[in-house]
Design a protein around this ligand. Structure first.
Ligand SMILES: Cc1cc2nc3c(=O)[nH]c(=O)nc-3n(C[C@H](O)[C@H](O)[C@H](O)COP(=O)(O)OP(=O)(O)OC[C@H]3O[C@@H](n4cnc5c(N)ncnc54)[C@H](O)[C@@H]3O)c2cc1C
Length: 488
C-alpha cells in the first residue's frame, strides 16, 4: 500500500479541533470511549482505524459542520457507513459516520428509491420486495448502499442489468468546500460524473436516489463441487461462461473454508469449488443453460432454484461477521485455457494455496455498455475480475500476501489495466493509478479542485499528487528559457 500524502496533525494542533467539536457537535466520539471503538471497528478487523474523532452525523447539517471544521483546521475528513471498505489511512483524519442516516423511501409509481447514506442493501431489498421491485445490490446485502454505489457496484445481476451506479438518479452530497449540493445529470454534472465510480473522492454523500427494477423472482443460487472435481469444473466453466447470453451472470470460486460452525459441513475444512449463477429469464430456460455445469460432476450442494429477489445474498453466501482478511484483486481481459491451468496450478487441488477464496467473476454483458450518463467508472472493457481473499492475521498473513501476489503475477499475461474501485480497498497514489486511467484521474482531480479547493476530503491530496505538477513544469520551462537566452 502506498503512502498517503494527507496532512497528519500533531497532538497540539488537534486540541482546538476537539474543543470545537465539544462545543458545536452533539454527536461526536473521542478515542477511549466505547462509542468511538464501535464506530471505528471495521468489518475487516485486520485494518486498524484511528481517526482523531468520529462525527456521528444525524443529519446533512452535521456533515456540513464536520467538513467546515476539518477545512478550518486543515484536517482531512473521511466517511464510512458500515466499515466494509475500511482502510488504514485514517490517522489524523476526522471520520464522519453516516450510520444514523437511515431514511428510506420507496416510490413504486416512479420506481425510485431514496435512501440515507447509512442504509444497507438488506433494508432496501426488504422495502422493495412487497412492490415486486429490485435494487441492484451486490453479493452481500449487509454492505452499505452509498459506499457500494459510488464504487460502481458489480452485483449478481451485473451482466444483465449493468452497474448499480448507472441507476443513480441523484445524490445529495457535502463537498469539500462545506456546501450541501445536489448532483444529477443536469445539476452539478461533473460532480455526478465523479460520484459514480470515484467512491468518496468527490464528497460525502448524505442521500442517494436510485432507479429500481421490476423483478420479483430469480432463478439463481450456487452449485458446489468437491475440490477433486475443480479442474473439470473450472475448465468447463471457462468455456461455458464465454458463450452465456446476457440474462446470465456467473462467477466461480475455489473455496478453502475453515471448519467453523457457521460453515455448512459439506463445505468445511476442505477444498470445494462453487459456480454461482443468476438467470433473469424463465426458470426452465435457466435450468437448460446451467445443465452443462451441473453435469460435470456430482454436486455436494446445489442451491440454484427460483428464489425471491430479496434473497439475493444466498447466491454468494458471503460471510457476515467481521473477520481479518487480506485481499488482492486484478482484472483480466480473457480467460483462455493456459490462464485456467495457471489458476489450477496455484489454487487447485494439491496446491499449497493460502487463500480462503479465489474468485473469478465474469464481467462483460451489460457491463460493457456505456451507461446512460458518463461516469468515472473505468473498467467497462474488462472480461473477468479476479479476487483472492485470505486470512489477514498472524502467523499466516505474510504467506497469504505472497501467495496472492504470486497468483496475480501468474495471471499477468491476461490481466488488463484498471481495477474495480470497490474491490481491495486501499488508499494512496499507487492505488489510484492502478485503479483509474490517466484521463479519469485528470478529470477527477479537476472535480476535486473545483469542489474541494482546500483538499479536505480524504484521498483528494493523493488524487492531486497523481497529476503532473503544473507549477513545477512552468518553473522548469522558465529555467530552460533563461538558460537558453543566457547562452545566446
Ligand atoms: C462481503 C463483501 C461483499 C462485497 N461484494 C461486493 C460486490 O458484489 N460488488 C461490489 O461492487 N462490491 C462488493 N463489495 C465491496 C463493497 O462494495 C465496498 O467495500 C464498499 O465500499 C462498502 O461500502 P460500505 O459503505 O459498506 O463501507 P464503508 O467502509 O462504510 O465505506 C467504504 C468506502 O465507501 C465510500 N463511502 C461510504 N460512504 C460514503 C458516503 N456517504 N459518501 C461518499 N463515499 C462513501 C468511501 O470511499 C468509504 O471509504 C463487497 C464487500 C464485502 C465486505
Amino acid at each position: 500500500m502506498s503512502q498517503s500524502t494527507t496532512h497528519r496533525p500533531e497532538h497540539d494542533e488537534l486540541q482546538p479541533v476537539l474543543a470545537h467539536l465539544a462545543r458545536t457537535t452533539r454527536t461526536h466520539h473521542l478515542p477511549g470511549t466505547p462509542e468511538y471503538d464501535a464506530a471505528v471497528s471495521p468489518w475487516n478487523v485486520a485494518v486498524v482505524q484511528r481517526p482523531v474523532a468520529v462525527v456521528a452525523a444525524e443529519s446533512p447539517r452535521d456533515v456540513v459542520a464536520a467538513v467546515r471544521l476539518a477545512r478550518r483546521h486543515r484536517l482531512a475528513v473521511a466517511v464510512q457507513a458500515t466499515g466494509h471498505g475500511a482502510t488504514s489511512g485514517l490517522q489524523g483524519t476526522l471520520l464522519v459516520s453516516t450510520r444514523a442516516l437511515q431514511d428510506l423511501h420507496v416510490d413504486p409509481a416512479t420506481r425510485v428509491v431514496r435512501v440515507g447514506a447509512g442504509v444497507r442493501w438488506d433494508r432496501v431489498l426488504d422495502a422493495c420486495a412487497p412492490h415486486g421491485l429490485a435494487p441492484l445490490a451486490g453479493s452481500a446485502p449487509h454492505v452499505g448502499v452509498v459506499g457500494y454505489t459510488t464504487g460502481g457496484g458489480v452485483g449478481p445481476l451485473a451482466r444483465t442489468h449493468g452497474l448499480a451506479s448507472d441507476r443513480v438518479r441523484a445524490f445529495d452530497v457535502v463537498t469539500g468546500d462545506g456546501e450541501l449540493r445536489r448532483a444529477t445529470a443536469t445539476e452539478n454534472p461533473e460532480l455526478f460524473w465523479a460520484l459514480r465510480g470515484g467512491k468518496g473522492l468527490a464528497g460525502i454523500v448524505t442521500a442517494v436516489e436510485l432507479e429500481v427494477l421490476p423483478i420479483a423472482e430469480l432463478y439463481a443460487g450456487a452449485v458446489y463441487f468437491d475440490g477433486d472435481d475443480a479442474p473439470d469444473v473450472l475448465r468447463r466453466w471457462a468455456t461455458w461462461a464465454e458463450r452465456l447470453p446476457r440474462e446470465a451472470t456467473t462467477s466461480v470460486a475455489l473455496l478453502r473454508l475453515p471448519p467453523l460452525p457457521s460453515v455448512p459441513p459439506p463445505l468445511a475444512g476442505r477444498l470445494t469449488i462453487a459456480v454461482r449463477f443468476a438467470w433473469t429469464g424463465s426458470a426452465a430456460r435457466g435450468a437448460e443453460v446451467l445443465a452443462p455445469v451441473r453435469a460435470v460432476a456430482e454436486p455436494l450442494v446445489d442451491t440454484v432454484t427460483t428464489m425471491p429477489y430479496a434473497a439475493l445474498g444466498a447466491i454468494h453466501a458471503d460471510p457476515v461477521d467481521p473477520m481479518p482478511v487480506h485481499e488482492e484483486h486484478a482484472l483480466l481481459g480473457a480467460l483462455p485455457r493456459p490462464a485456467v491451468e495457471e489458476l489450477l496450478r496455484l489454487a487447485g487441488p494439491g496446491a499449497a494455496c493460502q487463500q480462503v477464496v479465489v474468485e473469478l467473476r465474469q464481467l462483460g454483458g451489460a457491463l460493457r455498455l456505456p451507461g446512460p450518463v458518463p461516469s468515472a467508472y473505468d473498467a467497462r472493457g474488462a472480461a473477468y475480475s479476479l479476487m483472492a481473499i485470505g486470512l489477514g492475521a498472524p502467523p499466516v498473513v505474510e504467506q497469504v500476501r505472497r501467495d496472492a501476489e504470486e497468483l496475480v503475477a501468474a495471471l499477468g499475461p491476461w490481466t488488463v489495466a484498471g481495477r474495480l474501485p470497490n474491490f481491495a480497498p486501499r488508499t494512496g497514489t499507487a492505488w489510484l493509478r492502478a485503479t483509474y486511467s490517466a484521463p479519469t484521474l485528470r478529470r477527477l482531480a479537476r472535480v476535486s479542485r473545483t469542489y474541494d479547493p482546500g483538499s479536505v476530503i480524504l484521498g483528494s491530496a493523493d488524487l492531486r499528487a497523481t497529476q503532473p505538477h503544473r507549477a513545477g513544469a512552468s518553473t522548469l520551462l522558465r529555467s530552460l528559457q533563461a538558460l537558453t537566452s543566457a547562452r545566446r
